[in-house]
Structures are given as structure tokens and as C-alpha cells.
Design a protein around this ligand. Structure first.
Ligand code: UD1
Length: 416
């Protein structure tokens, strides 16, 4: 199992280019199943979750061919409606195949998902709303079985703006009869990206960027080549890497507006930042405490909470972090405390007593974003921090060791 050794405290410099967003490409890959025409995707990140989704498409009969930074898909050869447990169990995003399979093949059988251990993560919002569109759904032996001769457009009001449910329902609505209206839809930038992708191949999605998304059903789609947006969470992580190491680095090739909220909090903490059209530059800054609570977009993203908490350990004063999206998303706290941080947990609120220099210790990754927090802390801690179970990081951070090394950090991957 791979481990990483990071020597700190690191001083970074230079530029880092952000990869295309995993959370944009996962639903877009599922949307490949909608079409029977050729689809080309550009710069798919080399990540475990992306590879798993491609394997899932191949298992369903889709032909996939790589050519440099392009990946070509021929979904005309789709031959199965069943997403099996062996692949789905490793990645929750597999549930995205439910809507596209059901609307294209009129039936779908998708294993109930696994994925990150950050809470119970039910899929009731996906299922009840597919039922409202006319699907018959059965949960049987760990599988969701759905069928419907023709999904029908209707008004759906989500009980919570779930990202995955919004995406699944948008895809299901592409071939539904008439208009589907999704109220209280999630507004994350990855949803706009999926809508833009669907429209680029001939779907009719409007209301992009708002909490009411409308999809007018169409009869067929056409060929498309598409490139997803930059990964805003990866970008936020590198901006925080610049700040936790008191360094001047440029984080580029993404849209800084996608992390407006995070940048505002950082500026309030005293971070000196230059924000350009497609980059953010960090400067050495003296940081003070802050209070954040996670919320659906455009609020503070839960996916950047762990990294922010790591940064708060070096900021002056006591910071407060409330997690409102996932109930089990503080697994980084005991690990950060092993590195000398002083963080107390009370339910879904963490109190971070900042200003204590961190010291290297062996730590363990527990989920994707918790692992990113440990990387940040290790960059700031003095000594060699040994980080175990880095496979969690490989799910979401493309070429992390390479990118950090290029910025001047001492990062070594070892296999023991
Ligand atoms: C997506 C992101 C994930 C991010 C999350 C919140 C992908 C592949 N993953 O996950 O990185 O942390 O958005 O920004 O894009 N819920 C229900 N019932 C449902 C669906 C969700 O109760 O049917 C609850 C969840 O348990 C959770 C909350 O809603 O508490 C948010 O979940 P959701 O927005 O659906 O997140 P994901 O799509 O799983």
C-alpha cells in the first residue's frame, strides 16, 4: 500500500496547473450513456474514480479509445442495463448511471453505492423523484431496479439541493416526454457544466446556474467534443497550500469565481491574494481565526472544509467550523491532533485553537478530503510526516506528488 513522506516545513514557489474537475467529469461520463453517437472528452484527469467510471461504461458495452489527451466513446454499442456491485461498491458516483440508463434503455439495474466513508449518504431524493417521472422502482438484493416505458416530464421539488440527485434527474429528463422542472436544484458549478455538456450534444436544458432547472425532452442527440471546468476543490487546496507554507505560488487554469466564498473567508483571515481571470496567486500572509459553516453552493463547500480546518491550525486565535452537509466529516481531526493541532469536537462543530506549530508524526488518510488536510498540515509541520493509505488521495488529486514536488516540496511516495 502506498504511503507518502512529506518533509516540512516546506517553502513553495512557482505555478501549479489545476486538472479538469473529477466531480464534473463523473456525471458527464455517466451522461455518455444517453447517446448513441460518438463523444470525445478532453483532458480527463488520471484518477481512480474516473478510471472506475470508464470501466463501468465499458462493462455496459461502451467502446472507449484513448488518443493523447482525448478519450473517444462510442455508446452506440451499449449492450447492458446493469451496473454491477463489484465496480459500484468502490464509488458512489456510479449511481449517476441510473437516470441515463433508465431514460435510454427504459430499464436499469444499479447496485446500491459505496464510496467515501463520510456518512450514510442515502439516495432517496434520486429515487422518489424518478418515481414522480413515472419510474417503477424496486430495491432488491442490494440493487436498485427501475423500469419505465417512457419517463414523463413534471415538476419535481427536491427536499434538499442534492448535487447527485439534481444531476441524475437532469440526465433522466433528457428523453422524458415534455418538460421537467427541477425546483430547489443544486447550483454547484459542476451542475452548470453537466448542463452545458448536455446542451452541446443536443439536449434542451435551461435555468443553468439557478435553483430552477428546466429540461425539455428531445428525441435524439448528436456527436460532441467537450472539456470540463477546472477542479475548484483542487484549486482551493493548492491556494491553502500556498498560505499554510507562507509562500508565493500561482494556482492557475480554473475559474476563481467558483471558489468566491472560500477566497472571501481567506481574505477575511488576512490572506494576501491576487485573483485573476483564471488564476489565484498567494503571498506570505499572517492569518487570524475565522468562523465557517458548510452549505450548498454558493456557500462554503464541504469538500474544502477539512483543508480549511488544517489551515486554521496555524492561524492566530480560535476558529470555528460547523459541518452541515455530511454527518461524519471530521475524521481528519484526530489525525491533525496527532500532528500537534489543538482541535476539539462538539457534535458537528469543531473548535480550532490556532497558532501552534505542527510537528511531524505518522498519520492515516480516512477519506479523500480529510487526506488533503493531512497533506497541508504535513507541509507546515517540522520533520518527516509519514502519511498512510494515500489511495484515498489518488481518487481525487491528479499527480499530487508531482505537482507538489514541482512547487518545491519534498514529497516521496513509498510502497511498503
Ligand atoms: C457531491 C460530490 C461530493 C460533495 C457533495 C456535496 C460528486 C461526485 N460528489 O456528492 O464531493 O461533497 O456533492 O457538495 O459530485 N442526501 C440525501 N438523499 C439523497 C441525496 C443526498 O439525504 O438522495 C443528503 C446526503 O446524505 C448529504 C447531502 O444530501 O447529507 C448532500 O449530498 P449530495 O449533494 O447528494 O452529495 P453527492 O452528490 O453525494
Amino acid at each position: 500500500m502506498d504511503k507518502m513522506i512529506i518533509k516540512g516545513p516546506a517553502k513553495l514557489n512557482g505555478e501549479v496547473s489545476i486538472s479538469r474537475a473529477k466531480n464534473a467529469y463523473l456525471p458527464i461520463l455517466a451522461a455518455v450513456l444517453l447517446s448513441d453517437k460518438k463523444i470525445t472528452l478532453k483532458n480527463l484527469p488520471e484518477l481512480r474514480d474516473i478510471k472506475t467510471m470508464i470501466k463501468l461504461l465499458q462493462n455496459l458495452g461502451v467502446e472507449v479509445e484513448k488518443e493523447g489527451n482525448l478519450t473517444h466513446f462510442n455508446p452506440g454499442t451499449l449492450s447492458s442495463h446493469e451496473a454491477t456491485y463489484d465496480l459500484v461498491k468502490t464509488m458512489r458516483a456510479s449511481i449517476f448511471t441510473l437516470g441515463p440508463l433508465l431514460t435510454r434503455l427504459k430499464k436499469a439495474k444499479v447496485s446500491l453505492p459505496g464510496g467515501c466513508a463520510i456518512g450514510t449518504r442515502p439516495i432517496d431524493i434520486h429515487l422518489t423523484n424518478l418515481e414522480k417521472m413515472g419510474a417503477k422502482i424496486n430495491l432488491e438484493a442490494g440493487y436498485v431496479e427501475a423500469d419505465c416505458p417512457q419517463l414523463k416530464g413534471t415538476t419535481l421539488r427536491l427536499s434538499f439541493p442534492s448535487v447527485g440527485a439534481t444531476e441524475n434527474l437532469m440526465m433522466a429528463a433528457v428523453f422524458a416526454e415534455g418538460e421537467t422542472v427541477i425546483e430547489n436544484a443544486a447550483r454547484e458549478p459542476e451542475i452548470d457544466d453537466l448542463a452545458n455538456f448536455l446542451n452541446a450534444m443536443g439536449a434542451k436544458v435551461s435555468g443553468i446556474g439557478s435553483s430552477t432547472i428546466k429540461i425539455e425532452g428531445v428525441k435524439e442527440l448528436h456527436e460532441v467534443e467537450y472539456e470540463a471546468i477546472g477542479d475548484r476543490i483542487e484549486a482551493a487546496t493548492y491556494v491553502m497550500a500556498g498560505l499554510i507554507t507562507n509562500s508565493e505560488i500561482t494556482v492557475k487554469d480554473f475559474n476563481p469565481h467558483h471558489i468566491d466564498f472560500v477566497l472571501e473567508v481567506l481574505k477575511d483571515m488576512g490572506a494576501k491574494l491576487e485573483v485573476g481571470e483564471n488564476f489565484v496567486k498567494t503571498y506570505p500572509s499572517k492569518l487570524k481565526h475565522a468562523k465557517i459553516e458548510t452549505a450548498p453552493y454558493p456557500g462554503f463547500p464541504t469538500d474544502a472544509q477539512a483543508q480549511m480546518l488544517a489551515l486554521m491550525t496555524i492561524a492566530e486565535g480560535t476558529s470555528v467550523v460547523a459541518e452541515h452537509i455530511f454527518e461524519n466529516r471530521f475524521m481528519h481531526v484526530p489525525e491533525l491532533n496527532r500532528l500537534g493541532a489543538k482541535v476539539d469536537l462538539e457534535g458537528n462543530v469543531a473548535f480550532v485553537e490556532g497558532g501552534h506549530a505542527l510537528k511531524a508524526a505518522p498519520v492515516m488518510c480516512t477519506d479523500l478530503r480529510a487526506s488533503a488536510a493531512l497533506i497541508l498540515a504535513a507541509l507546515s509541520a517540522s520533520g518527516d510526516t509519514l502519511i498512510d493509505r494515500v489511495y484515498h488521495l489518488d481518487r481525487g488529486y491528479e499527480k499530487l506528488d508531482e505537482k507538489l514536488s514541482k512547487l518545491g516540496a519534498s514529497v516521496k511516495r513509498v510502497n511498503e
